[in-house]
Design a protein around this ligand. Structure first.
Ligand SMILES: [Zn+2]
Length: 243
């Protein structure tokens, strides 16, 4: 079992003291990374760069997961199917060790591969994955709003994976288990998750996400066009997360 996170350089020592030795081990990427448009990670020396970090039950697991994280971030797959396969294999390994639900790992790999193989038409694999999760959903649970962290909303969801749908039962069980564990060490933080104010989110034509303060309009609801979606025709959409 392992947990991944991203930390600014000035927080690494604090975390290392807390998680090195005993029952846990922590591995940190030597290079910093920044998130560019569409959620893609790129190496960065800018002041806002973060380091990829894995905390695991032992040193070997932490190292193996971090190696996959770094390889995925640094790999430029281009149009090379062998590189796509390497990335997919790493996502499956990581998903298993991180405890992500199988349905979500499968949905992520499927959507990512579609984004890569239709890269001329798809602006962002994250946008495609979020849109697909939206299309599958009957309900939009606030604890599954896993992209909120990218908007600076620290209590949108405790999950570190994008759910296959925003009412995915195994994801909801995992999120609730994390909040229950958190309640043991920080009741205040657990309470913030449970009381987090949630607003609709708009997925724009360039793949970016923004908090949406307008009214939801039925005409904005997307529709699927088949197994391979014409994503360009579906943007923008508003995801109806609400209090
Ligand atoms: Zn799922």
């Amino acid at each position: 079992m392992a947990w991944r996170l991203r930390l600014p350089a000035d927080q690494i020592d604090t975390w290392r003291v807390a998680f090195s030795g005993g029952d846990t081990a922590m591995s940190v990427s030597p290079a910093g990374y920044a998130t560019v448009q569409g959620g893609v990670l790129r190496r960065s020396r800018e002041s806002g760069a973060v380091h990829l970090v894995v905390i695991a039950v032992d040193e070997a697991t932490a190292r193996a997961c971090l190696d996959d994280e770094i390889a995925n971030a640094d790999r430029d797959e281009g149009d090379d199917p062998a590189a796509w396969a390497a990335t997919i294999a790493a996502h499956r390994r990581a998903g298993r060790v991180y405890g992500y639900p199988d349905c979500c790992v499968a949905a992520f790999c499927d959507g990512w591969l579609e984004a890569m193989s239709t890269r001329q038409r798809v602006v962002s694999d994250n946008a495609l994955l979020i849109l697909r999760a939206h299309l599958r959903s009957q309900a939009w649970h606030p604890l599954l709003r896993a992209f909120g962290a990218g908007l600076g909303e620290e209590t949108a969801s405790p999950l570190r994976h994008l759910p296959c749908r925003f009412d995915c039962s195994p994801s909801l069980a995992l999120a609730q288990a994390i909040v229950a564990d958190l309640r043991l060490i920080s009741p205040a933080q657990a309470g913030r998750y449970e009381r987090a104010a949630v607003h609709p989110i708009r997925l724009d034509a360039d793949g970016s996400l923004t908090p949406w303060h307008g009214a939801l309009e039925p005409s904005m609801a997307p529709s699927s066009t088949g197994p391979t979606m014409d994503v360009a025709s579906l943007f923008p959409v508003t995801l109806p997360f609400a209090d």
